[in-house]
Design a protein around this ligand. Structure first.
Ligand code: GLU
Length: 191
C-alpha cells in the first residue's frame, strides 16, 4: 500500500514531506514524488525506486514553498517509471492519488475527445484532467474536485494543489484512507 501526504504550511514543506514519505516507506512502493507551490507556480520532482533517489534529486534540484504534496506509488496502471510517478499534472491542477479508478479508460477517452492530452499511463492522471476540465468550464477549485470525483468509480484518496491558489489544499477520499489534521497555522492530509 502506498502513501500520500499534503501540507499547507507556513514554513518550507519539502524537508517535512520527505520525512513523512520515509515514515510511509514500510508500506512498500516502487517510486516517489513531490510537488510544491511557490509564488503561485507548481514544481514537481519524481523518481523511480527508493525514496533516497528522490532525496538525491531534491538535493540537486531543491523545491521551495510552504505548500506541497508527496507520494509513494505502488503501480497499478503503468510501469514504475518517472513519467507514471505522482504527482500528476493537468493544466493548473497537480495531485497525488492512492487507489484505483475503475472507469478511467472511458473517462480518458472522453477527455481526449475534448482535447486533453495525457503524459502517463496511469488512472490517476485522469482525475487531474477531469478536475482541470471542471476548472476550464469555470468551476471553483473545490467544486471542480467534487464534480470530478462524482464521475470516478473505484477507490481513491487524493490531495490536490492548484496553480495560483497558494492557500488551498483539497483532499477527497472514498474506499482509501485519508485523514486531515490542523494546527494553529497549518493543515495536513495523510493516508
Ligand atoms: N493507481 C495509481 C497508479 O498506478 C495509484 C497507485 C497507488 O495507490 O500508489 O499510479
Amino acid at each position: 500500500m502506498c502513501g500520500i501526504i499534503g501540507i499547507l504550511g507556513d514554513e518550507e514543506v519539502a524537508p517535512r514531506l520527505l520525512d513523512a514519505l520515509k515514515r510511509l516507506e514500510y508500506r512498500g512502493y516502487d517510486s516517489a514524488g513531490m510537488a510544491t507551490l511557490e509564488h503561485g507556480r507548481i514544481e514537481r520532482r519524481r523518481s523511480p525506486g527508493k525514496i533516497r533517489n528522490l532525496e538525491q534529486l531534491l538535493r540537486a534540484q531543491p523545491l521551495t514553498g510552504v505548500a506541497g504534496i508527496a507520494h509513494t506509488r505502488w503501480a497499478t496502471h503503468g510501469a514504475p517509471n518517472e513519467r507514471n510517478a505522482h504527482p500528476h499534472k493537468s493544466g493548473p491542477v497537480t495531485l497525488v492519488h492512492n487507489g484505483i479508478i475503475e472507469n478511467f479508460r472511458d473517462l480518458r477517452a472522453e477527455l481526449q475527445a475534448a482535447g486533453h492530452s495525457f503524459e502517463s499511463e496511469t488512472d490517476s492522471e485522469v482525475i487531474a484532467a477531469q478536475i482541470a476540465s471542471g476548472v476550464q468550464t469555470g468551476l471553483a477549485p473545490g467544486d471542480a474536485v467534487k464534480a470530478a470525483v462524482a464521475r470516478m468509480r473505484g477507490a481513491y484518496a487524493i490531495a490536490v494543489l492548484f496553480e495560483g491558489e497558494p492557500d488551498l489544499l483539497v483532499g477527497a477520499r472514498r474506499g482509501s484512507p485519508l485523514v486531515a489534521g490542523f494546527s494553529e497555522n497549518e493543515a495536513f492530509l495523510g493516508s
